[in-house]
Design a binder for this molecule. Structure first.
Ligand code: WTA
Length: 669
């Protein structure tokens, strides 16, 4: 077959059964359960939705909105996700249960964390009310207004997200590793009038001066009237009189018992817009709502994470990405879980930081990423074994395919062959997990590296170009064949651009939601997502559009044309590599290559720095002017052209061959 992840063959036939797991089931049982959920689709989702509290009961399960593929989920219902995440618990027995255990990065001489903050549900609720008071009374923000949040991994990040949600204020969170340009693009596309940021934060033992970056972004964002600054480091930063305010100073004007009613919003009211990379143009602002999104998160926290009241749940992602939105903030809070949140790098001060966290707080459920696993594996098992992991009972990964050997390491070394280990498939657009094993519901045999079956109420298929299911074991496109709660929400699915939403997701394979992923469904029905089928890279799990990097490169005064492709990388999955045509009179030197790498770093962010910059005299293109990307990838991996040409749209075989040979020759020089 030749199917592999990072060059490792896929063990289609291997089946691991976790002994002693209370909810084991056979594949047949699971398939039956799944089939029934689809047969009674609406009743099924209605009953899941009723497990949550509604401020007003919904009148329907779902209906079409103003555009063909934008659906309202639970219309007629009134809710507020901040009510679900906080007030519900504060009224009951979880009032003084710990919601967040937060650990800052710096450590003392003995390697112990210098700062640990524990916030109970009641503490968190009070903080959120105070911040909601500031946003509404001092900055006059109301339902439907927009703000941007550019904060590192500190408790104020979820606090501001929840406070905005409480008011029905729409927010966008921008990853703190992004540059001023990227921040400004998002602020302006959303139309945010207020920015929340911090003076800085710690990363791998150094400080990052975040407010300086925010200042540059605000210069490019005419709509921003105010900036609220959280003091994390206590460093001196520029504060603009009448525009910028320290959070701690604003807090002085807030009554200590401040309470702000959660605004009852329509189920489909926009909660947030999160920008993600596509194949062309500027990043896409994916819209998620309060109601449908909360229902999917509630369901997946139960089914996939089997979350219980005595769990200590640790997700290692950054809240700047969708994983953190759904599975550090809203999902686990809706379930009233105790959540571990860590500010810094996994290998600081040593490669055992995460395992020390697991030991320190008795983590039971761990959610992490393949890249981090591959990175930590390299340091050796002793870093893991130094720490007690006997509390761990369940492990999942997300963000990219997990190669079978990384899976085995998580299973055998980290989880001591005791914990189910899953690879949960989903994307920014889906809002939550759609394809995964579901140990909280019925644990089927696990296949190392596979994602599992679609969850109940979710229908997915692997199809060819025409939308016909491909034979088991054959590679095809992964599509979602029915709407689901948590899908891109009204009014337009994609912020301000319903046409692009329709085009990108619903017209590639008509009638189905096109994920952009290649996948294989094996003869047992397990789905194995192999990677992106489009021009989107997954660098260390971060989703980066090649088009965006090409735009950054051609904005450099020396560059005439650029093509960026992904090269396989044993740790990061793939890394960007750039082919660059320089302008007349420019010399292709190694200094120039370094300059261009630095340029991408500064304009886009360190996560996208190209590993290599190759100078070429021209880019191989098809007759219609499309860059032959697969050819560029084949050259990188030293693969013969072979079947590559057949994959290339419109490229004549001999044309591609010629280009391949010319380019290989040029690069060997
Ligand atoms: C990839 C991250 C294989 C996939 C939540 C998808 C995965 C993209 C997995 C979305 C997995 C995510 N196995 N591939 N378990 N999880 N992906 O929007 O290519 O950052 O399309 O969302 O990540 O990336 P995004």
């Amino acid at each position: 077959m030749g199917a592999s992840i990072l060059g490792e063959p896929l063990p289609f036939e291997e089946k691991i059964i976790i002994k002693g797991w209370p909810k084991n089931s056979t594949l047949e049982d699971y398939k039956k359960l799944h089939r029934e959920s689809l047969e009674k689709f609406e009743e099924f989702w209605a009953s899941v939705a009723r497990e949550l509290e509604w401020l007003r009961e919904f009148s329907k399960v779902y209906e079409r909105g103003d555009y063909p593929h934008v659906y309202r989920w639970f219309p007629g219902g009134l809710t507020n996700i901040s009510y679900l995440a906080l007030d519900r618990h504060v009224k009951g027995a979880r009032k003084n249960k710990v919601a967040y255990i937060w650990e800052g990065e710096p450590v003392d001489e003995k390697g112990a964390p210098r700062e640990v903050r524990k916030l109970t549900y009641y503490d968190l609720w009070r903080e959120v009310n105070r911040v909601a008071y500031i946003l509404s009374r001092m900055f006059n923000l109301k339902k439907g207004d927009k703000i941007a949040i550019y904060l590192p991994m500190i408790p104020e990040l979820p606090i501001f997200m929840l406070a905005a949600a409480r008011l029905g204020v729409i927010f966008t969170v921008v990853f703190a590793g992004f540059t001023a340009e990227n921040l400004a693009t998002r602020i302006n596309d959303l139309g945010a009038t207020l920015l929340v940021t911090a003076d800085g934060f710690y990363r791998r033992g150094k400080i990052v001066r975040l407010k300086d970056v925010a200042d540059k972004a605000v210069e490019m964002s005419p709509g921003v009237r105010n900036v609220i600054v959280v003091r994390r480091l206590g460093i001196d930063v520029n504060m603009v009189e009448g525009r910028d305010y320290w959070l701690e100073e604003l807090m002085e004007g807030v009554p200590s018992n401040a309470y702000v009613d959660p605004v009852p919003v329509e189920s489909e009211h926009t909660l947030y817009v999160l920008y993600t990379s596509g194949t062309t143009g500027k990043p896409k602002g994916i819209i998620h709502d309060h109601g449908g999104y909360a229902v999917l998160l509630h369901a997946t926290m139960k089914w996939v994470f089997d979350i219980r009241d005595d769990d200590v749940y640790y997700c290692t992602a950054d809240i700047g990405w969708v994983t953190g939105h759904s599975y550090i903030v809203f999902g686990p809070l809706i379930e009233g879980a105790t959540i571990v949140m860590y500010e810094g790098a996994p290998d600081y001060p040593g490669p055992d930081r995460w395992w020390s966290i697991v030991e320190r707080y008795g983590v039971t459920v761990l959610y992490t990423t393949p890249t981090a696993v591959r990175m930590l594996m390299r340091f050796g098992d002793m870093w893991v074994k130094k720490h007690d992991r006997s509390t761990l009972r369940l492990i999942h990964s997300v963000g990219e395919p997990i190669n079978p050997s990384a899976w085995r390491w998580l299973y055998e070394v980290v989880g001591e062959s005791r914990c189910p280990v899953g690879s949960t498939w989903w994307m920014t657009e889906t809002g939550g997990i759609l394809i995964s094993i579901a140990p909280g519901l019925a644990l089927i045999p696990i296949k190392p590296g596979a994602n599992g079956l679609p969850l109940p109420g979710i229908e997915a298929e692997v199809v060819d170009d025409e939308g016909k299911p491909v034979e088991p074991g054959m590679k095809g496109f992964l599509v979602i064949t029915r709407p689901w709660p948590g899908m891109p929400a009204p009014p337009t699915g994609m912020w301000g651009d319903p046409e692009r939403y329709e085009k990108v997701y619903w017209s590639r394979i008509p009638g189905f939601f096109y994920t952009g992923d290649y996948a294989i469904k094996d003869s047992d029905g397990y789905i194995w997502v192999l990677g992106r089928a489009d021009e989107v890279l997954k660098v260390a799990g971060h989703r980066i559009g090649t088009y965006e990097l090409e735009s950054v490169l051609v904005s450099h005064p020396a560059v005439s044309e650029a093509a960026v492709v992904g090269a396989p990388d044993p740790v990061k999955g793939e890394v960007p590599v750039a082919y660059v045509v320089l302008k007349e009179g420019q010399t292709p030197t190694s200094e120039m290559a370094e300059q261009l790498k630095k340029w991408v770093r500064e304009k886009y962010g360190p996560i996208a720095t190209p590993q290599n910059v190759f100078f070429v005299s021209k880019l191989p293109k098809t007759r219609s002017g499309k860059i032959m990307r697969r050819l560029l990838v084949a050259i990188l991996s030293n693969k013969p052209l072979g079947d590559v040409t057949t994959l290339e749209d419109e490229a004549a075989v001999d044309e591609a061959k010629k280009a391949y040979e010319e380019l290989s020759r040029e690069l060997k020089k």
